[in-house]
Write a protein of this length. Sequence first.
Length: 380
Amino acid sequence: MRAHKIAAIGLLLGVAGLQISAPVRAADVSAEVASLAGGLVADTSTRPAGARSANSEAALVEKARAIAQAQGLVRRDSSSSSSDDLAGAYGKALELGTKRYSLREEVAEVDNALRRGDADGAREAIRRLYERAGRTPPAGEALDRLLTRARKVHDAQPRATEEFQLERGDDTVNITWDHAIGMMTVDVIARDPDGKPFRAIFPGNVVSRPQTVGDGLEQDAQPLGEPRVITEDSGRELRKRLNGSWIDRNGRVWEISGDGSSMTVVQIYRNGHRVEYDANYWLGKITGTHIVSDPRDIGDSPPLPDWVKRAVATRFKPPFKIRLEVVPPGARLEGTWHSAYVTYSLGQKTVESVHGRFAEALVLTRGLNSVVGAAQGDRP
């Protein structure tokens, strides 16, 4: 049997899944997840509130922090349950022997490069690791072989996206952990002093590091910039700037249209094929779904036989999903694209299942001048 991703042409980065399962209840949030998420909501800034980004409204950020921490999202000294197994697997794959105990920081660099999808960075990390071990850095085929073995260790780690929802009264805390790309987001939904809803978004990366206590690796959550706050007023202004054409990191065009909370997001493939997402907008967040019903929706990376594409599109009809955050002032959308894995038999020419979920980063941009024009009612 072979298992491959179901991919959309033009997406090498983003968040995706076969299905968005119901968020996990508070009682099911592990100590590891609570600690990692707690690291994102903790106030690590040493600057006075007045010196912080104008995109973050200090009072609302502090309220969101208090709500999240009251739900148990508090950083602990050691946040990981991965212990020695991951370090040992990398040590074996990279032929380090007992030296891996003194090279855990370099081993963590290899894992983090693979988590980012940075093959060149992983190669350099392997070379540095060998230098620190006092051995000749590998090159050419030898380096490629070690990279392949390291990638197998990385790919054996959890890949599925996890979602958790904690509720208390009118307040909601959503945690999304996209294992495949090492991203975690804490999204707090509450009400401002006027009773209007707002969102506070705490984004971050989950990275490997040497265990605080022990000989293995553990995971740590590192905030990505400052938290963002989207109020009803700012969310309404951002919505005015979204309609029009956007470009992803691979140069493919996306189009957004619609009015208010209802919108349509269309990805345009290089061959002209259009994949349309039925989407919703609320307080700076775009979520959308496209049901795969046309074999052309399925891309060629990795390549799938045409008969597999037809079976997926006609029998299974899995969804592609997008989740995007509007970054003020509205010239950048950051988030994820979700898809699934397909398992099939080449010999029997049968598709066994469409299953799981994986995440790829999705970033859409356009020039600030276009955003200003859109805010004034001009379509860029």
